[in-house]
Unconditional design. Structure first.
Length: 105
């Protein structure tokens, strides 16, 4: 019987884990949904609209930013966030491939 060797790049695996972990939290998904609906928005609007503490909102946005899911742009004292759609789409395709679903190019 032939053995198959599976090799993973530890850098890619680590990045993938961080990305999936960032996307797997219900509150972070709620924040992403809000940004998707409103477009570029700042932290103040997010925590006021979703009724989340400012510090918790900032912590979740930091996780999303470090995973590359959102992009922050500073304007004075405010930071505006947008979704990095290519990264989110890539994560979705990876999940679909993992689950054996057909992925359109």
């Amino acid at each position: 019987m032939k053995q198959t060797k599976v090799r993973f790049s530890s850098d890619k695996l680590n990045y993938s884990c961080n990305l999936m972990r960032a996307l797997a939290h219900p509150l972070r998904l709620k924040i992403l949904e809000y940004i998707d609906q409103k477009g570029e928005t700042n932290v103040n609007k997010i925590y006021h609209e979703l009724q989340i503490e400012q510090s918790i909102t900032s912590q979740h946005l930091k996780i999303l930013r470090l995973a590359g899911v959102v992009i922050g742009r500073r304007e004075g004292k405010k930071v505006y966030y947008t979704i990095n759609y290519p990264i989110v789409a890539k994560a979705g395709r990876a999940v679909d491939r993992f689950l054996g679903k057909t992925v359109a190019a």
